[in-house]
Design a protein around this ligand. Structure first.
Ligand code: SAH
Length: 268
């Protein structure tokens, strides 16, 4: 009996993947331990897994022996399928009678374009379900020992995308909120966004961190301040994918590490 069979035997109501259906699932940030049981059920039953570049190889390794893996997404330097092509591909695969697992890094609906895929499937009349995933913003903070919310420190947490920051976007209200800001897809625009947040009123000394490749063996954590963040991360050659977090919650990491009881999530 495999671990999956043992688990499925104990769990009432494991969802059954029907032919011609699509499951739009989150793969989490990297560590397969952060998959949901429903995503695991999808991997075990799928005929085809259509995944993006952020889905960790260790997650794909959990697919059943019958499953074919198909890459669809952006990959640095190479021409990538457009979102419309990917959505159409999901419809075509489902119509050919396959059980289609669409696996996306983190959560499919958090800066993941899962909403567009869901709308295309709905319009085409293809039955689908959405399985949320652990989003990188929360997983990276947890891995770094930074609580996303902390009583007495913040009562909201802001998730924002740095990609497209060259477009018209007013960072001032975010800076003024006094609440921590968690930035995705920010490394290419880091200088620009840091400057905008400081212009918006955030002090240069505001604690800030970068967490790269969270929950993978390549994980790196850099602690800095808002004004030094861009320079420090360039100096240390921090590469995407990375999450940036700005706010007082960052200082909790030092206290948790000082207590020396926090074990790493991943063997290094
Ligand atoms: N749907 C995904 C986000 C896709 S946008 C989710 O919910 O997590 C891609 C961005 O996610 C990257 O640019 C990076 O900011 C972040 N990201 C994804 N995986 C990450 C990881 N393992 N560590 C740090 N950041 C990650």
């Amino acid at each position: 009996m495999t671990a999956w069979d043992a688990l499925a035997a104990k769990r009432a109501g494991v969802p059954v993947f029907a032919p011609g259906h699509v499951w739009l699932a989150g793969a989490g940030p990297g560590d397969p331990g952060l998959l949901t049981l429903d995503a695991l059920a999808g991997l075990a039953q799928a005929d085809i897994v259509v995944h993006d570049a952020l889905v960790d190889a260790r997650v794909l390794a959990l697919a059943g022996p019958q499953a074919r893996l198909e890459f669809a997404g952006k990959r640095g330097g190479k021409p990538s399928a457009t979102q419309a092509d990917i959505s159409k591909r999901l419809v075509a695969l489902a119509r050919s009678g396959l059980r289609v697992l669409r696996l996306k890094g983190g959560d499919p609906f958090v800066f993941g374009r899962g909403g567009e895929e869901a709308m295309t499937l709905a319009a085409a009349g293809v039955p689908f379900r959405v399985i949320p995933g652990v989003t990188a913003g929360l997983a990276a903070l947890a891995a770094a020992g930074i609580p996303a919310t902390l009583r007495g420190t913040n009562r909201a947490v802001i998730f924002a995308a740095g990609h497209g920051a060259e477009e018209d976007f007013d960072w001032t209200p975010l800076a003024r909120s006094g609440q921590p800001i968690v930035l995705y897809m920010v490394m290419h625009n880091l200088e620009r966004i840091v400057a905008a947040l400081m212009t918006g009123g955030l002090a240069g000394a505001t604690p800030a961190a970068v967490i790269a490749s969270a929950t993978t063996p390549k994980e790196r954590v850099l602690i800095s301040t808002l004004e030094s963040l861009a320079r420090d991360s360039r100096a240390q050659k921090i590469e995407p994918p990375a999450i940036v977090v700005v706010g007082d919650i960052v200082t909790t990491r030092a206290r948790l590490i000082a207590a020396d009881a926090m074990t790493e999530s991943e063997p290094k």
